[in-house]
Design a binder for this molecule. Structure first.
Ligand code: IVH
Length: 711
């Protein structure tokens, strides 16, 4: 047998075992044997790169190369569904269908609560995976999707069209979600709100090997393509199942309103025992000929509707409202409840968000309140049962002073939350900043847990982040619960943190609104802390994803004398306040000056700047007689274009530029400093980050202290 045949056979076998294990839940060989075959294939592929195949089962482990998410147009739009919470409305929809087509047949399916995906297959092989995006264009997330074991990379059986698209939902089963959150809790990181956000965020991870570890799953619910030979939805799903796709086993034909309502009633209860989240039932017309008659609006097909389940609610008493102080001084009111069972867990606390929320609900201590989970891990109070309110109940008075340090609270313009302004003297704020600084994603001084930070603070050894670098082993080893070994470990970790790259240091400082993503953009744009410190508001806003609110917070942070002292001490300690110099890849652009303007399809502006430098060119801020090229993207200002034309500066597109550097874009997305424009959702921060041409004003300030610690 030739090596090529050997590789081919191993791939076929592994695909089969993979399908049996992940889709059918029916493994036929031991894990050990599976791993052995996998290693054999890996070795052969490593020795024979000429047989590389992106759809080989070895590709499912992902890679550490940063993915760029190209924006891709859908071959036909990904519509959404009209939805209803009312059985009466659903009844009207069914009647309308029954009026318009003869003897319609319906198919009922579970509505999976994840994120939509469109998979394209060519000659039985996965070609592309694209997110829904805005329905017309989505992000190409193929590399990440390849790591999802239930998605076939190569189809089984035969009879599949040469070219087709299949759409479905990528979701995170509860088991993976719980494991992920347990890991995050142990690492002192913010918990993810729900499996839906976790799935969507994971899919946008820049490194596919992270995705591979997160345990995503995928169910498919719609096959499309030209000249499909099926006459009904059910038929097409049954075929897709035979080609190796995971199709829900709960897809059922229903003849009429009664049967549909039965299905809904059954699953409204039974879904609680499913291993994944669902938020409703999708009812579709089965026959394609009927669908054609019914047609679609611009937004949604008329032949399908989603019936959404109501979020689970429970009625309980609000015993007391307490207040938590976060690392930035933000106050979060917390409802302490009489324990009540809700969606399988006992709820004792719920977030009340802020004073406005309390006023809007007119919530009072002693009230009976409705608590809802609605897919979030933190329950919320949706309503007060006024009929049960005590006659002598009094409106709740929001606190005016910090519950921890007694300082009068302030409310900044446009902010819903109250803040304790005593940053340097309020215990939870000081501790919160230190705990944030040592987080794994920040300075990674993990051995120093939250408890030890408190211990060090209470013993007067660490009062701010800079104090960490003055700690000595003998000061630590005498503390209760700390022996010599852990003391040595901590000191070693602190020492190692001096190698942490600049963008993480910037994140670790805990500047308001500067989350992980913003820190990356800032570092990529300014390259050093000094450049950020000396930048004015206008220049700060020039960095991608930085809006006025973030710029103001940065200026405020560095204007504070106490912070200046801390920064100087950190500098003396040897913390990295400069981005690593980019590797020079070539000199093809030597002597050329570029001005970049507008937004681009495949790279962020900072990535393009990095590429210019990596190939020996220079970036200029404005068009002048010195400019060799204006690299123009979308939405470039007309004044800039005019000036360039007047001065005879050559205007080039992103494609022209990439061609100039011989398509060598490796330095753009391999450097950790240059975030990719396509990261529209930052899971770690749970914050939607706007695309490159809009400024994001909403990166999270600090974590609300509530998560992880209380719930
Ligand atoms: S059919 C044109 N079936 O729900 C109709 N969608 O709210 C395409 N979803 O964007 C959708 N489970 O992401 C369909 N069994 C199911 C579904 C489902 C979940 C999602 C899908 C869609 C969203 C609409």
């Amino acid at each position: 047998m030739t090596v090529e045949q050997q590789i081919h056979n191993l791939r076929e076998q592994l695909d089969k075992y993979n399908y049996q294990y992940y889709v059918e839940n029916n493994p036929t060989i031991s894990d050990f044997e599976f791993d052995r075959l996998m290693r054999e294939l890996q070795d052969l592929e490593a020795e024979h790169p000429e047989f590389h195949d992106p759809n080989s089962p070895t590709m499912r482990v992902g890679s550490d190369v940063s993915n760029g998410f190209r924006s891709v147009e859908h071959s036909f739009p990904m519509l959404s569904l009209s939805n209803t919470y009312s059985l009466d409305e659903l009844g009207e929809w069914i009647e309308r269908i029954e009026r318009e087509v003869e003897n319609p047949e319906f198919v009922c399916e579970l509505k999976f609560d994840g994120t939509a995906i469109s998979l394209t297959y060519e000659h039985g092989r996965l070609l592309r995976a694209v997110t829904r995006g805005d329905g017309t264009r989505g992000d190409d997330v193929t590399e990440n999707v390849r790591t999802i074991r239930t998605i076939p990379l190569v189809l089984k059986g035969q009879g599949y069209p040469d070219f087709f698209e299949i759409r479905g939902e990528i979701f995170m089963p509860y088991s993976s979600f719980d494991r992920l959150n347990a890991e995050r809790e142990a690492a002192g990181e913010q918990l993810l709100a729900n499996p839906r956000n976790a799935a969507a965020g994971t899919l946008k991870q820049l490194q596919s090997q992270v995705v591979a570890k997160r345990g995503l799953d995928c169910t498919l619910y719609q096959l499309s393509g030209e000249n499909l030979s099926y006459t009904s939805h059910i038929e097409s799903l049954n075929s897709a199942r035979q080609w190796g796709f995971k199709i829900s086993e709960h897809v059922t034909i229903c003849k009429n309103r009664n049967e549909i309502e039965e299905y809904i009633k059954h699953w409204d209860t039974e879904r609680k025992s499913l291993p994944y989240a669902t938020d409703g039932v999708v009812i579709k017309v089965n026959r394609f000929s009927d669908r054609k008659i019914l047609g679609s609006t611009a937004k949604a097909p008329k032949w399908a509707v989603a019936y959404k389940f109501k979020a689970e609610q429970a009625l309980t008493r609000l015993l007391k409202v307490t207040y938590q102080v976060g690392r930035t001084g933000a106050i979060t009111p917390v409802a302490n409840l009489e324990p009540v069972l809700l969606a399988g867990t006992t709820v004792k606390r719920a977030t009340l968000h802020n004073a406005d929320q309390i006023a809007a609900l007119d919530i009072r201590e002693g009230d009976m309140v409705y608590v809802e989970k609605g897919g979030e891990i933190i329950p919320k109070i949706t309503e007060v049962e006024l009929s049960e309110r005590a006659a002598d109940s009094k409106p709740l008075e929001y606190i005016t002073h910090c519950p921890e340090c007694g300082t009068e609270l302030v409310r900044y313009e446009g902010e819903a939350k109250h803040y304790c302004p005593n940053q340097s003297g309020c215990r939870p704020q000081i501790l919160g900043r230190i705990v944030h600084f040592i987080r794994r994603k920040a300075m990674n001084i993990e051995t120093l847990g939250e408890e030890t930070v408190e211990l060090l603070f209470d013993n007067g050894l660490v009062k701010c982040i800079a104090d960490l670098y003055d700690l000595r082993e003998e000061q630590l080893s005498v503390l209760p619960r700390l022996g010599e070994k852990s003391a040595a470990n901590i000191i070693q970790n602190i020492e190692a943190s001096k190698q942490i790259p600049f963008h993480r240091v910037l994140f670790a400082l805990g500047i308001r609104f500067v989350g992980e993503t913003t820190a990356k953009y800032l570092a990529a744009h300014f390259q050093s802390l000094d450049a950020i410190i000396s930048a004015d508001r206008e220049s700060l806003i020039e960095a991608e994803e930085v809006g006025g609110k973030i710029a103001d917070a940065i200026i405020e942070y560095f204007a504070d004398e106490k912070n200046q002292i801390i920064i100087n001490r950190l500098r003396e300690a040897g913390i990295k306040f400069e981005a690593e110099r980019k590797q020079i890849q070539s000199q093809v652009l030597a002597g050329l000056n570029f001005v970049i303007s507008g937004s681009f399809d495949n790279h962020s502006r900072d990535e393009l700047k990095a590429l210019i430098e990596a190939h020996g060119g220079k970036n200029l801020a404005a068009v002048s007689a010195n400019t060799s090229y204006l690299l123009a993207g979308h939405k470039i200002g007309p004044a800039k274009l005019q000036k360039a034309t007047k001065l005879g500066v050559q205007i080039i597109s992103e494609e022209d530029f990439i061609e100039m550097i011989g398509n060598d874009v490796t330095n753009a997305d391999s450097t950790e400093n240059a975030p990719n424009t396509a990261v529209k959702f930052d899971v770690e921060d749970k914050t939607p980050v706007n695309s490159s041409n809009t400024k994001s004003e909403n990166e999270p300030a600090a974590q609300t202290p509530i998560q992880g610690s209380l719930f």
